[in-house]
Design a protein around this ligand. Structure first.
Ligand SMILES: [Zn+2]
Length: 270
């Protein structure tokens, strides 16, 4: 699933291509992907509006439009936003094609078909309950410590809770816990002050590295130009089951935590 670094990369690479351009047509191939308003109102309202800015909040992309509305997109498990030549039609998994004035159109393609869209004047209805942004200065070790202390579940569960911290998912939670030498099943409220500080540093470090390497293309994640990210090549544990720990040489372990594969080194993480 695209996480903060992947969505941030898409935002950074889409912005110069689509800012200032207008919707001239909207083709919907999966009506259910539109959560608000009705698919027909969605289509009609978009046409004629200009894309003013693109911002990211958690794993959501927000395209703020000239008419005062925001097109909110969540890529969910496998969504891709691809810029394609104006002559391109849908492929097998295309959810929507946004025809823009100018040279390329924006295609929303999603193999798993969970990708979601909203068109609203009230962004908070969709993103209002998201937690803190982990790369903002307001995310401090003290804030992280407070969140952890209120959570009786495993530390990894807290990291992936979008209402606590927005944007971290399975891959970067595993990487952040490895970077801070904390076992993913450690109870969140048992971490010491020193461990909280290490975890804070680990979170910021792995997210910044993810952005620097333009996201992780483990599965379907692609850049808007169709290129792949390189962040997964730097992963220490995530999706490396059976590989050797790059620190101590022990085999990387995998356990299931709330249905998600969780990768760690039993020597390096306590
Ligand atoms: Zn190790």
């Amino acid at each position: 699933m695209p996480e903060l670094p992947e969505v941030e990369t898409i935002k950074n690479e889409l912005a110069p291509q689509v800012k200032g351009r207008c919707f001239v047509g909207v083709e919907l191939f999966r009506q259910k992907a539109v959560h608000e308003p009705s698919p027909e109102a969605f289509r009609q309202s978009l046409i004629g509006q200009e894309i003013m800015t693109i911002v990211r909040r958690g794993k959501y992309l927000l395209l703020r439009l000239s008419g005062g509305q925001t097109l909110i997109i969540h890529l969910k498990m496998s969504g891709m936003l691809l810029l394609k030549n104006v002559s391109c039609g849908p492929e097998k998994h295309t959810i929507a094609i946004f025809r823009l004035n100018g040279s390329a159109d924006l295609h929303f393609v999603d193999q798993r078909q969970f990708g979601s869209m909203w068109l609203t004047e009230n962004e908070n209805k969709v993103i209002g309950k998201l937690g803190i942004e982990p790369l903002e200065p307001s995310f401090t070790p003290v804030i992280l410590g407070n969140l952890l202390s209120q959570c009786r579940a495993a530390a990894k569960v807290l990291l992936c809770d979008q209402h606590a911290i927005a944007g971290i998912g399975n891959m970067y939670a595993d990487e952040a816990l490895f970077a801070s030498h904390i076992h993913p099943l450690r109870k969140a409220n048992t971490l010491s002050t020193d461990e909280v500080k290490r975890l804070h540093r680990g979170i910021v470090k792995v997210l910044q590295a993810g952005i620097k390497h333009r996201g992780a293309s483990i599965n379907t994640y692609r850049h808007p130009d169709g290129g792949i990210g390189k962040a997964h090549l730097e992963f220490q544990v995530a999706h490396r089951r059976g590989g050797s720990c790059l620190c101590c040489g022990s085999p990387i372990q995998r356990v299931s935590l709330r249905g998600r594969g969780t990768y760690f080194c039993f020597e390096c993480q306590r």
